[in-house]
Design a protein around this ligand. Structure first.
Ligand code: DGT
Ligand code: CA
Ligand code: CA
Length: 606
């Protein structure tokens, strides 16, 4: 099952494919089908095929294709429009390229429609419950006639699930817990998923004559990992004309509100969008207001009041006189502050920092010169060592660490000492042929339940770095989980703790762990914590990055790439690091290869 499957990705409502088609036909406007839409269709098809018990290779091909599309930094629609060959994409052959083209043209896929007739589409919802795989879905459907989550809840509450073969009382309780947890979380979309929708809509608005600025504000501009809705700010004289264009955007599902200077609508992807039109001279004040956060805005308004000023989305006023508002800088200056980067506007210390001249100079994409966590086909990666090296070189990296899995992770064909030693030699041979890029020899070693590492010391000692990770027993008590990790970190060869909380956004909660203690241990051991850049992980979280920074711990922004395309994910990690207040000097992979080597010297166990 693809690591990218999950409700946070499946933006397009599955029931409305046909409507979107009809809309495209009736309006004569070709709506854009985004990569996330194509990916969602492939994922659904894979789910349905899996429930039906289809050939696993076929299922996997669709999941691979979905992942490729999600990782792609250009729209497949654009590629097709430019006459580019989709079969050049990893995992996309003739058949899948044809299917992608079909989806781009029609908004749906005949093969999916056919499959939906065989297996009710709502059954795929059940797969989102942790611990329920296709086999169990099949049992639930056949024995209890369960068609979706509400049927499942009812059956579990009536204690009918426990009697099924392979289920039992514990599983039934687990299902109820999982359903309760889902109910609490409102639907938020991963930032990475929202980006193409936001950019396409902003581009559409920019095409309009008379429109000045078009900017996506709100949590999106603050770089939050998930987005509740999009807030778009437009400057123009003629508000009404902009609103009219907005509500006739081809991807609109329903218009929720429509006024003279503002409107709200829901896209077919289910994303909600709020639009505000303001005159040019209010741009700064309006941008500040709609970027938020609310908590940040409240403090700003108080600061203005203390100076006898009034701050709102139209400007800063002394009595009836406007004293600022054209730019954000002018508004901040009016209350005696320097401009504060959007990522910091969460009322988490930014006002104190701004007052005392201690605002961080946040890390930027171009500061990163290497990546310290990546996989190859030796384990569960999709590209060979050489291919990953070539991709790193194209990205201009100085170094790339290959950190495949260790033997305990059998599902991922984890490396035993013999295979790792072979890889080490292969990397030595490859490095001899490379210039400007060094491949570091590493491992993503499993942290076993007792805190030991999954490979012997004499093997680990031959590596340039050791990335440790928890991949099992997520349910230990907080104390045990913390002990386990801290013990692993004490190992003299331990370099980086990968995805320290273990969460998957919208799918899996972090395991219980005392992060403050882990951060202190990292400081004491002078090892690093990872900011995993995968849009589904973004782990550490922003708050934990800030905590680590305060303790003087260095962070590594790593892609954990399982393919060449995933090396592009760095930008999401940088976004998360910026929200965590990190500066260039606080990120280890901004250091040159020579400096990094010094930092990676093993320390004797602490
Ligand atoms: P989200 O959409 O849940 O990811 O989070 P935001 O921060 O985008 O929140 P949203 O969409 O409700 O509002 C966008 C911005 O507009 C928000 O960050 C600040 C501003 N705003 C909205 N409502 C209010 C309000 O009642 N008071 C103040 N001061 N600002 C507001
Ligand atoms: Ca919002
Ligand atoms: Ca909003």
């Amino acid at each position: 099952m693809s690591a990218l499957a999950g409700p946070a990705h499946c933006l397009r409502d599955r029931g409305c494919q046909g409507e979107s088609c009809a809309l495209a036909q009736s309006t004569g406007v070709i709506m854009t089908v985004h990569n996330a839409d194509v990916a969602a269709i492939f994922e659904e098809l894979a789910d349905l095929l899996e429930i039906e018990g289809a050939n696993p290779f076929r299922v996997r091909a669709y999941r691979f294709a979905a992942r490729t599309l999600r990782d792609l930094s250009v729209e497949a629609a654009t590629m097709v429009a430019q006459g580019k060959d989709l079969t050049n994409l990893p995992g996309i052959g003739q058949d899948l390229a044809g299917k992608i083209t079909e989806i781009l043209a029609t908004g749906t896929l005949a093969a999916l429609e056919a499959q939906r007739k065989k297996v009710p589409a709502t059954l795929t919802e059940l797969l989102r419950i942790p611990g329920i795989g296709p086999k169990r879905v099949k049992t639930l459907s056949q024995k209890l006639n369960i068609r979706g989550l509400s049927d499942l809840r009812k059956a579990a509450e009536e204690r009918r699930v426990r009697a099924l073969p392979g289920f039992g009382e514990k599983t039934e309780q687990h299902i109820l817990d999982a359903l309760a947890a889902r109910a609490g979380s409102d639907v938020r979309v991963q930032r990475a998923v929202a980006i193409p929708y936001a950019e396409a809509l902003a581009a559409y608005l920019r095409e309009m004559p008379g429109v000045g600025q078009v900017i996506v504000a709100g949590s999106y501009r603050r770089g939050k990992e998930t987005i509740g809705d999009l807030d778009i700010l437009v400057t123009a004289r003629a508000g009404r004309a902009v609103i009219d264009r907005f509500v006739t955007y081809p991807e609109v599902l329903e218009v929720l509100a429509k006024g003279v200077t503002k409107a709200s609508l829901r896209l077919q992807s289910r994303l909600q969008v709020d639009l505000r039109v303001v005159p040019e001279e209010s741009y700064g004040a309006a941008l500040l207001y709609f970027t938020g956060s609310k908590a940040h805005n409240v403090v700003l308004r108080q600061l203005a009041q203390q100076r006898g000023l009034k701050l709102n989305e139209y400007g800063v006023f002394r009595g009836a006189v406007r004293v600022a508002g054209e730019t954000e800088e002018s508004v901040y200056a009016a209350v005696g502050l320097p401009w504060i980067p959007p990522e910091l506007r969460e009322h988490r210390g930014e006002f104190e920092a701004a007052n005392t001249g201690r605002l961080p100079h946040l890390v930027e994409m171009q500061d990163l010169v290497g990546d310290l966590h990546a996989h190859t086909t030796a384990t569960d990666g999709r590209h060979s060592l050489t291919e990953m090296a070539q991709a790193a070189k194209r990205r201009g990296l100085q170094y790339l660490a290959i950190t495949d899995h260790s033997r305990r992770l059998t599902m991922a064909k984890g490396l035993d000492p013999a295979r790792l030693l072979m890889q080490i030699e292969e990397i030595d041979r490859l490095n001899a042929t490379l210039s400007g890029l060094t491949i570091l020899k590493g491992i993503e070693v499993d942290i076993l339940e007792d805190g030991k590492l999954d490979l012997p010391d004499d093997v680990l000692s031959r590596l340039d770095l050791v990335v440790g990770a928890v991949h099992s027993r997520f349910n230990l008590s907080k104390q045990k989980q913390t002990e386990r990790i801290v013990r692993a970190m004490a190992h003299p060869h331990f370099s980086i703790l990968a995805h320290p909380s273990g969460r998957l956004i919208g799918q899996r909660e972090p395991y219980e762990v005392d992060m403050a203690r882990i951060i202190r241990k990292a400081r004491e051991r002078r090892c690093f914590l990872e900011v995993n850049a995968h849009p589904e992980r973004l782990d550490l979280t922003d708050i934990h990055c800030q905590m680590a920074k305060e303790e003087g711990v260095l962070l590594a922004i790593n892609t954990d790439a399982h393919s060449m395309l995933e090396l592009n994910n760095t930008r999401f990690g940088v976004g998360q690091a910026r929200r965590g207040w990190l500066q260039k000097s606080e990120v280890v992979n901004t250091r040159s290869y020579a400096e990094l080597k010094k930092l990676l010297q093993p320390t004797m166990g602490a």
